[in-house]
Structures are given as C-alpha cells and as structure tokens.
Design a protein around this ligand. Sequence first.
Ligand code: NDP
Length: 453
Amino acid sequence: MTDTDESYDFDLFVIGAGSGGVRAARMSAQHGARVAVAEQQYLGGTCVNVGCVPKKLFVYAASFHHEFTSAVGFGWQVPPASFDWSVLRDNKNTEIARLNGIYANLLDNAGVKLFSARAVIEGPHEVLVDGQKITCRYILVCTGGQPYVPDFPGSEHVITSDQAFFLDELPEVITVVGGGYISVEFAGIFNGLGVETHLVYRGPLFLKQFDQDLRSNLAEQMQEKGIHLHFDTDINSILKQGDSLVSTLSDGSSLDSRLIMYATGRKPNVESLGLEKTAVRIDDRGAVVVDDKFQTDEPSIYAIGDVIGRVELTPVAIQEGMILAANLFDNGDAIMDYDFIPTAVFSQPNLGTVGYTEQQARELFGKVEIYRSKFSPLKETLGGGADKILMKLIVDTETDRVVGCHMLGEGAGEIIQGLAVAIKAGATKSDFDATVGIHPSAAEEFVTMRVPI
Ligand code: NDP
C-alpha cells in the first residue's frame, strides 16, 4: 500500500486517458493511490480511436482483396466481390464505441475517478476541471499528440489520418503524403479497398529508420500491388478545381486526386494546458522535457507517452505508465529500457523489426554476419500472388548475439513479437540454430538460416 497524502484531494491527477494515462491511472490505483483522470475527448486516446485499433481493422478489410484472388487457386469460385465502405466504417465505429465502454469500466473497477472534461493546470499541485479546483500530490501529463501538416499554399484542402477514419465515402483517387508508418499503412489500406493510390514522399525511399533491404523490397511489392510511389517528390501547392485537388509537385508536374491525406508526423499536445504556470519545460520539438524517471522540471509534475516525444508507440506509453506508477506508489526505482523495442508497420505485406538494421549494426559493432532469406510463401504457390517474404538476422560476430531481426511478409508483426523476447534476452545465433522449427511455417526460416551472405 502506498502512503497517501490526505491533505490533497487526490494522490495522482492524470490528464489524458490514452493508453499511457489509463494504464498509469489503473496501476497507481492498484498500488493504493487515490487517482483521478480527465479526458476531454474519447477514452483510449489516439490508439483506440484514430490509430492502431481502427487502422488494423482497416488493414484486415483491405487484405480481403488479395484473399479473394488467392482463393480461386484453391478451388473456390468467388463471385466478383464488391466493397461497401459505409459498412466497414460503421462497424468499426461500433467496435470502437464498445472499446470506449471497456476503458470506462476498467477505470471504474480500479476506483479511478473520471472527469469527462478538459483539465487545465493551475499550479504544481492544482488542476481546474469541470469548474472545480482540485488539489493533488502529483500531476501526470499524458495528452498525446496530433497530426502535423506543414503550411503551404492549399494545405487547407488536405485531411489527416484523424479524418480518414470517418470519411463519408471513399475517393476514386487519393494522394497520401509522407514516408512514415501512417502514410505507408494507409496507402496499403486505400489501395486494397480499390482506390487509385499515390504515395508522395520527399526522400529517396520511405521508412528511413528501417532496414534498407526491407524498405526497397516493400516498395517493390507495393508497386506490384498497384500503388504509385513518387519518391524524391514533395507537393509545392494544391489547387481545388471542382471535385479535383490538383497538386503541383516539386518536379513541376501535377497530380490530380479527389482526396489528399498528409501523414507528415505528429506534434505533442501541450497547448493551453496551463504548463506556463509551472516550471515544466518544452523542447524545440514541442515535447515536454522529462528526466529518466519521467519527472519534469516541476517536481510534482510527470509526463509520459507521445507528449514526451521519445518513442511514439502505444506499448511504450503503457510500459512508461506502469513504471511510473510503481515508482510513485510502490517503492519502485525502475528506469524505462528503450533498447530492442519491437515494432511493425502494418503495410501489405507487414514489416516487422526488432533491434538494429544492417546499416546501424555495421557502424556500431564493426564486424557483423548477415543471414538473409527471400522466398515465396507456400500459400502463394496455389494462390498465384506475387508476395515474397524477406527475413534477415544481423549477428554481432564477436559475441554471436543476434542484434537485429527483420521480416517483410504476411504475419511479420506476429512473428517478430515472439522473436523479440529472445532477442531482448540476448539470444545468440547458436541459440537460434539450436531451436527446432515449426514446419511448414514461414517463421521456421529464422531458425534454419545457416550461411551468412
Ligand atoms: P513519422 O514520423 O513516422 O513519419 C513522418 C513522415 O513525414 C516522414 O517520412 C517525414 O519525412 C515526413 N515529413 C515530415 N515533415 C514533412 C514535411 N514538412 N513535408 C513533407 N514530408 C514531411 O510519422 P507518421 O505521421 O507516419 O506517424 C507518427 C508516429 O505514429 C510514428 O512515428 C509512429 O511512432 C506512430 N505510429 C505507429 C504505428 C505502428 O506502430 N504500426 C502506426 C502509425 C503510427 P522524413 O522521413 O524525410 O523525415
């Protein structure tokens, strides 16, 4: 049990009920703290409402396109398939509303007081919410982030992923801008749902933090699926002409679309929070500055999740929330370990990764061994699709430790999650070699690669 301080209304006041905030609130309450949460919009934050969860549902929807075609080779007679966007969108909305309810129950069952309103910080130990001044021993800021769109002529005509989840109808042609997770995932979604899809990215090849080999293979496979990739290209301006949006590109050419979605990064939500009434510092990217215990320059105020701009991933925010709750209310003294965080881009096919890319490992370790395998999945032999699987293991020659594990292919997110436990635990290539495969599976290839390239 924690030592609660009855001179305050609450021990912890959490601003923002996203993945990190909800977990921090629940865990703190379980450790015996008296906790309140304020959420001005929807429970579950970006991930549940306009991020991971609805995105993954859309990825499933888009993948049926390929399944219908493959089914023919397995003997199925499939009548021409048609797709109804409104059914997908509305079913998704129903499911998200169900999840919002589950989040409310989780907080309620944990004894956390929920304010469905905006909270503003009044001082180091005080917030204003629902017209009430509330005192608290600690404040936790986990207000997340929001899409960033650069300012340029015609930028008022574009949407972001926030709106893409609720479109009235699908456009005939879409341009998606950016080379990060969101643009790549949404390009796959729109293309799979039958929209002519263009991806415009200012760099030479998207997903620059991932292994070069997998990036270029993904680009090839996306092109084979019909996505138009425009690399080394930016949009200079957009003109609305009737129902068309005409983009003038940096090479002087123009591109017509019905909808343009910008996925050019996200910025932390720190506006009008009252932070100026405290010693909390904001860095030049707009993120709240915290130390390795998530404490801001105002000792009673902490921050976690996207608002601190470290690693913008839901499971990271959740882990940060659990560590903080234990540190504040359960005599914990842990520091978040950001090494070997697995991650996946739910592109088509998926790209999953943990550890260092080949390029990073060469710089960091000097001598590395690269194990690489590229093959057609068994399913495609009858399915007739062109999808390929690419797997790579990066091994530090000196220690034999596997320091990078990468996969492009169906199920990569699932497979890499499992392997991430081994990689995080320090598995060596000999450990991989000593592991028996599951046959026939794609994942067995990770334990049967013997000859470095
Ligand atoms: P990212 O930071 O991943 O990518 C932003 C992209 O926009 C980069 O390619 C960047 O280019 C480009 N860009 C930035 N500014 C401009 C500009 N002014 N003009 C043109 N292009 C620009 O952001 P996302 O919006 O895709 O996603 C936000 C975060 O959300 C991700 O970083 C990720 O952490 C998280 N996320 C995770 C997912 C998952 O786990 N599957 C799914 C979706 C999001 P450059 O590369 O040249 O810098």
